[in-house]
Design a protein. Sequence first.
Lengths: 540, 195
Amino acid sequence: MQKLLLLGDEAIAQGAIDAGMSGIYAYPGTPSTEITEYVQHSREAKQKGIHCSWSTNEKTAMEAALGMSYAGKRAMVCMKHVGLNVAADPFVNSSITGANGGIIVVVADDPSMHSSQNEQDSRFFGKFAMIPILEPVNQQEAYDMVAYGFNLSEKYKVPVLMRITTRMAHSRAGVARSASLNQNEMSLPSDLRQFVLLPAIARRRYKLLLNNQDAFEKEAETSAFNRYIDGSNKKLGIITTGIAFNYLMENYPDRVVPYPVLKIGQYPLPRNMVEKLCKECDEILLLEEGYPIVEEMLRGYLDNSLKIKGRLDGCIPRDGELNPNIVAVALGMEDTKGLDVPALVTARPPALCAGCPHIDSYVALNEALSTLPAGRVFSDIGCYTLGALEPFQAINSCVDMGASIPMAVGAADAGLIPAVAVIGDSTFTHSGITGLIDAVQSNSPITVLILDNGTTGMTGGQESAAQGRIEALCKACGVEEEHIHVLRPLRKFHEENTEILMKELAYKGVSVIIPRRECIVAIDKRMREKEKARIAEQEA
Amino acid sequence: MKRDIILAGVGGQGILSIAAIIGTAALDMGLHLKQSEVHGMAQRGGDVSSNLRIADKEVASDLIPRGKADIVISVEPMEGLRYLPMLSADGWLITNSKPYVNIPNYPEIESVYSEVAKVHRHVILDAEKIAKDLGSSRAANVVILGAASDHLGIAFETFEKAIRTIFHKKGNAIVELNINALKAGRDFAAKNSIL
Ligand SMILES: Cc1ncc(C[n+]2csc(CCOP(=O)(O)OP(=O)(O)O)c2C)c(N)n1
Ligand code: SF4
């Protein structure tokens, strides 16, 4: 079969379609979004009746997948790294309940924070939950690991974490497909109380998980994804995790490394392989795409047994993603570089699109707040976060999805009145609603702007769960109807909108303002899809 | 054979359309390929780049080592300059001349051009104008690809075939427009390459 040219994300999606997956659950987040989008657009997935939907947040995605696993079928959950914080409760507990049908949790980390608030390493979470972790080195492995991971998950009845990083997720390469597997039939767990984590059952299940740790390690020891490649020069031994292996190989054009190399793609760490390397070599160099997790394990707390080089001794930068040059320098090779960037080249930060509805919302909000001291606008994550930059400088916080409303409540409790929250429609349903219920409960003097552009703009325009229901949701949370206003964020309504904002800012309770106008990129996308459908119809 | 290519531009300018044509042509030749793309935040009008690597043996790294790129293809002149540290000493800078001004402090365009002129091997062309003269400025990216086509280690006919493969669904007129754009870019470069 001809190779397909696939992004790492797409390779995982195709791998899942071919490996008998019955359902995929996700909340969008760069760099994980394209996994679910690929399944969404796959004709094969449709023919196979694979369930594919965006969940309201990562936690509900994880829980829905767990339900599918309970019913005996193979399920995948996808999210970006910070999404795993949101899904942490079901994720960690799922290692105790275990699985029935295979379950793979794919988490895409973003070292160097290309599109994220932090660069946390999801392997920590996998280790914390004590489940097997897979980390592909290239797109082919990403594809192959899915079928392997489902089998591993079903063999031990435990979820498997698959961790990728930005350069794997968003890089294309040729992928060869394997034979397509059938989906599992529905079958309930043999013990119908397996998923009932009452303390007595949980203690038993936890022991089972602990007892399985040795078996997980043995699997890693024999896994094709962990390879010990011998080298004649034992002055140095190199451990690579994930795609770091590629940066190492890049520095040896004939692809032969003079030192022994341990390539890691499956955890828990294969202890015998690590031991062999450490015994045979004078020094160990750790190349990890992410936090120095393996490095910390090898160093131990006292860090006095072995000579280890890595992120913790400054041999490699402590933060950020790796690249071939960083690895070259760590190997004592010469660094390479072309001409300097000419001094006149200036930064080009991302910005709100011309014509974006958020622009009109911020212009009105800035004017409504102009008579008050600055520093009272708590915001959230989405395109509207760009309102922090010039020319708006309209917001004072962006922490995690849903933080805006509770932070405004807390600041108002401290006396910052009025406090303002600015949140997008998708973020509102993701995790803003609970904050609004808190605000109503304490009758906080806050004004909440829910910027309703009808889509999940920042991640490329996935459908938003709130579609057309925001007022109803706010009302149901207990916000008084006369303090809920829908605005048209357009320049011609600027005065009117500013006036409503000022009036509600003066109100000593919870108000919700909903500026509503569709994202212009979403309009464009809708039009193009319509045109495509029209052409397809014509052809038919 | 190997070609390490940096594609540069501003989010929304469609640099991946160039990558798709080169990628299709490379696969057609049975070459190996890795192409690292930019998705996410920077696509909102920020600077974006893509690392495209083609070779007759397996490619290791998704990222090109600094100073080792054979060519920087840029759809915007200042963005091309941003990747000079990636370019090898005898590498080519092929860039559009038309600035994309979405920042208040965009430098004086003449000084941008003089920085481009300092690059040993370069081609700078007004791709929009060339494309417009052919029928539509939307083919500008293909004009730029045409100007780079002599340096990519892939036969010109293979690029033509790739364009047919990619655009055939959009009808014959679009296919012809893009093939003419590719030719116009190549012809411009042949006449105006500064060595
Ligand atoms: C926990 C978590 N999940 C996902 C993301 C990725 N993400 C950032 S913004 C965003 C969507 C924002 O949509 P919306 O609130 O509607 O605002 P818009 O971008 O449309 O203005 C997503 C999914 C994240 N940063 N954190
Ligand atoms: S994508 Fe939509 S919401 Fe985001 S900045 Fe552009 S117009 Fe605004």
